[in-house]
Design a protein around this ligand. Structure first.
Ligand code: HEM
Length: 179
C-alpha cells in the first residue's frame, strides 16, 4: 500500500504567501480609502466650524470689528518701535493708515449702540463719532511728529492715544471682546 494518497498534495507555501500578500494589499487599500474619507469629513467639519465661528463678521472686511483689528495690528507695530528713529518713516506710514481706517469706522455703528433703547441711540452714535474724530486728529499728530522726527514728542502723544482708546473701548466695546 502506497504511503501517499495519490490526490493529496503537500502544502503549497508559494500559494499561501501569494494569498497573504493579496490580503495585506487589500487591507492597505481599505486603510488608504478610509483615511481619505476621514480627511474629507475632517475638511468639511473644519469648514463648517470656521464658517459658523468667523463667517459672519469676517465676511465683511470693512466691519467695525475687522477695521479695529487692522488698526490694532498697525498700532502694535508702532507701539513696539516708536522711539526708534530708524523706524520713524515706517511708523508715520502706519499712523496715516490708522487714520484712514478710523475714517471708515466713522460710518459704522457699534453693536453696543444697537442694543440701547432707540431713544438713546442717536446721542450715543454722536459721542462715538466725536471720539473717533478726536482719535483721528491724535493719530495724524503722531504721524506728523514721526515724519518731522520729533522723537521727544512721541511719548506724550502715544499716551494720549492710549487713554482715548481706553475711553472709547470702555464706552462702546463689548466686554467679552478682549484687547
Ligand atoms: C488707536 C486706537 C485704537 C486701537 C488700537 C483699537 C483696537 C481695537 C481692537 C484690537 C479691537 C478688537 C477687534 C477684534 O475683536 O478682534 C477693537 C474693537 C473695538 N473698538 Fe477699538 N481701537 C482703538 C480706538 C477705538 C476708539 C477711539 C473707539 C471708539 C470711540 C473704539 C471702539 C471699538 C469698538 C466699538 C470695538 C468692538 C468692535 C466689534 O467687535 O464690533 N476703538 N479696537
Amino acid at each position: 500500500m502506497p504511503s501517499n494518497k495519490p490526490n493529496q498534495k503537500p502544502f503549497n507555501f508559494s500559494k499561501i504567501s501569494v494569498c497573504l500578500a493579496m490580503s495585506a494589499f487589500i487591507s492597505l487599500g481599505h486603510l488608504i480609502l478610509s483615511e481619505a474619507a476621514y480627511a474629507d469629513v475632517d475638511h468639511a467639519t473644519t469648514s463648517i466650524f470656521f464658517g459658523m465661528t468667523t463667517g459672519a463678521e469676517d465676511g465683511d472686511p470693512q466691519s467695525l470689528k475687522n477695521t479695529m483689528k487692522e488698526i490694532g495690528k498697525n498700532f502694535k507695530l508702532i507701539g513696539g518701535s516708536f522711539s526708534d528713529a530708524s523706524q520713524a518713516d515706517a511708523n508715520a506710514a502706519r499712523a496715516n493708515r490708522v487714520a484712514e481706517l478710523l475714517t471708515l469706522a466713522l460710518d459704522k455703528t457699534p453693536d453696543k449702540i444697537d442694543q440701547l433703547p432707540a431713544s438713546e441711540q442717536a446721542d450715543a452714535l454722536k459721542r462715538f463719532q466725536d471720539e473717533i474724530k478726536n482719535m483721528i486728529s491724535l493719530v495724524r499728530e503722531l504721524a506728523a511728529d514721526l515724519q518731522a522726527k520729533k522723537m521727544d514728542a512721541l511719548s506724550a502723544i502715544m499716551s494720549k492715544i492710549k487713554d482715548a482708546k481706553q475711553k472709547g473701548h470702555d464706552e462702546f466695546k463689548e466686554e467679552d471682546n478682549g484687547h
